[in-house]
Structure formats: C-alpha cells, structure tokens
Design a protein around this ligand. Structure first.
Ligand SMILES: C[C@H](O)[C@H](O)[C@H]1CNC2=NC(N)=NC(=O)C2=N1
Length: 167
C-alpha cells in the first residue's frame, strides 16, 4: 500500500469526521457546512466575527465543517492551565474539541460530530477560547503547524464514533 494511502484514514472510520475527508475539488471560496438544526443566520454572524478575514484568529477547515487555530503561551504550565480552563467549559457544555499540545503551543479544532458540521456550540466555545487565552497571557498567534494539525487528526480518528448516541 503506497505510503500516502496509509496516512489517510479509511472512510468507515471517518464518517463522523467530514473535515478529515479532503474533498476532491477545492472550492474557490470555502463555504461553512453547519450541523443540522443550527440557526444558520445566527451562526454565520458568530462565524464571521471569529475568522481571520474579519480580524479574528480562526480559520475554516477545507470543507467548512470545522474552525481551528493554534495558541501559544510563555510556558508549558500556562498552556496546560489554559487547556484545563477550556476543559472545564467542555464539561459544562458537554462539547469537546479535537486538539493537540506540544510544549507551549496547543492546536484546537471545533466541530460537531453528531450531527456533523459547525454548530453554535463550536462557535461559542471558540469565542470562549479566545477570552480564556487572554486571561493566560496568550502570545501573538502563529499559523498552526502541520504536525500539530496531524496530531489532532490522528486523535480524532482514534476517537472513532466518540459522539454517536450510545445504544
Ligand atoms: C452524546 C454525545 O456524546 C454528546 O452529545 C456530545 C459530547 N461532546 C461532543 N463534542 C463534539 N465536538 N461533538 C459532538 O457531537 C458531541 N456530542
């Protein structure tokens, strides 16, 4: 099996991770893909405020079903404290990121697994991450590294059907 094929998760494992399944075409302007039941007008307003194109720090994933960015702090301890604070919000809101951490950087991707797409929870928690990051003295944002993104991709695939309703 060619090396690249080994890196691509098998479709069966990624049906709940549409943002990991690269589209064969690249649309000139990426369009958001909202999770069913989302109030798209309200979500579009929140999304616009978060994106780099409007002065925010988040980027839309290639097929529009996730937003993602990296955060950098002075020390590992501050990075971990930031992630701990975010994790408490995840517990409160019962919504969880796909994320990775290397020393004083963390990469965070917000997407809803079930039903798949961008939801108000993703957008609200992304805005909350920006606020909490300021509290922990976030350094100037840098573009997310491929390695950090790949780590998050692999963790998401390993999580398999993490959010499918329990039978
Ligand atoms: C039953 C299901 O696990 C819960 O509704 C939550 C848990 N956290 C979640 N987090 C994310 N990102 N997407 C979900 O669909 C999701 N579902």
């Amino acid at each position: 099996m060619p090396a690249m094929a080994r890196l691509l998760p098998r479709p069966a494992q990624t049906r709940h991770l549409p943002h990991l399944v690269k589209r064969s075409y690249s649309s000139p302007t990426m369009q958001p893909h909202y999770s069913s039941g989302t109030d798209e007008a309200a979500a579009a307003t929140s999304l616009t405020a978060l994106l780099t194109s409007s002065g925010g720090s988040w980027t839309l994933s290639s097929n529009g079903s996730a937003i993602e960015r990296s955060f950098k702090f002075k020390t590992f301890a501050k990075t971990w404290d930031f992630m701990t604070a975010v994790s408490l919000q995840c517990k409160i809101k019962n919504h969880h990121p796909e994320w990775s951490n290397v020393y004083n950087s963390t990469f965070i991707r917000w997407t809803t697994h079930n039903p798949p797409g961008l939801s108000e929870k993703d957008l609200g928690l992304a805005a909350l991450c920006d606020t909490i990051a300021k509290d922990f003295g976030e350094l100037a944002p840098e573009p997310a590294s491929c390695e950090m993104r790949t780590m998050a991709d692999k963790a998401a695939v390993a999580a398999a059907d993490c959010c499918a309703p329990k039978k």
